[in-house]
Design a protein around this ligand. Sequence first.
Ligand code: ADP
Ligand code: ZN
Length: 285
Amino acid sequence: MIAGIEFGGTKTVVAIGHADGRLVEEFRYLTTNPDDTLRTAVEWIRLRGNPEAVGVGAFGPIILAQDKPEYGRMLATPKPGWEGFSLSAALRDAFPDVRIVIETDVNAAALAESRCGAALGLDDVVYITIGTGIGAGMLSGGRLVHGALHPEFGHLKVPRFSGDDFAGVCPFHGACLEGLASGPAIAARWGAEASTLPPGHKAWEMQAWYLAHGVLALAAILAPSRVVIGGGVSQVESFHALVGSTFRKLSAGYFTYGEGVDFIMPPSLGQQAGILGALLLVACG
Ligand code: ADP
Ligand code: ZN
């Protein structure tokens, strides 16, 4: 038996299962302070036995280089109490001599979509989420990409959509991708929740412009064979087709590998991607 934990900004999911991603049982609860959130997961796992390994997909930013002593430590985050908290130290105390693998939540989702979801069997896959924030997980040549710290796709600089003078909502950069195109950015710009804006609203053309620039940057650097876009904001009708056609326009016939209609797709694992990814991490992290 192995265990998986997905730490999210609002909820945490803990599960037991197998390293091939088969989930046996899971439990969802609200994320609170780090000590209580960790304790709940640890106690739930212990009641079910001794795991051989624990895979973790976590919000961040978090230090991810396995050879660093600070591996698994949270960096500056607006989430109260989490800055400086070491997930790896806490889990090692709880489960001594058990292998602990920690990744970003979006990398876990990218892995799950590539092993059992919308990018099945592909080794070069990007998973983007657009919700309260924007982030991307990346699988390149079958390996998860995270660098030494925590990639920050959401904080890319993107060119302005013509006529858009909205200041942006990112507390650090104002008008970065997340500052211009996250759910809170849409709500602040239009004075209405993204979920209430109908397909065909100007907001979606603008949204596709910003997202397509993000995809363009990823495509230029990683050349993925598929880009899976999930998160609440991506659920509006025809979103993926609109981002796809904008991406093709912007790439001007140059990024020909992105020509296929299935280059940009919705996820197929929905809410399960993160926790299945956490289990799969044990075999490949
Ligand atoms: P979180 O990032 O907190 O996990 P979500 O991924 O659910 O949350 O994203 C929440 C955002 O998604 C909100 O801004 C909400 O307005 C937006 N949203 C939810 N459903 C839809 C929808 N069907 N169409 C467009 N936007 C949506
Ligand atoms: Zn930013």
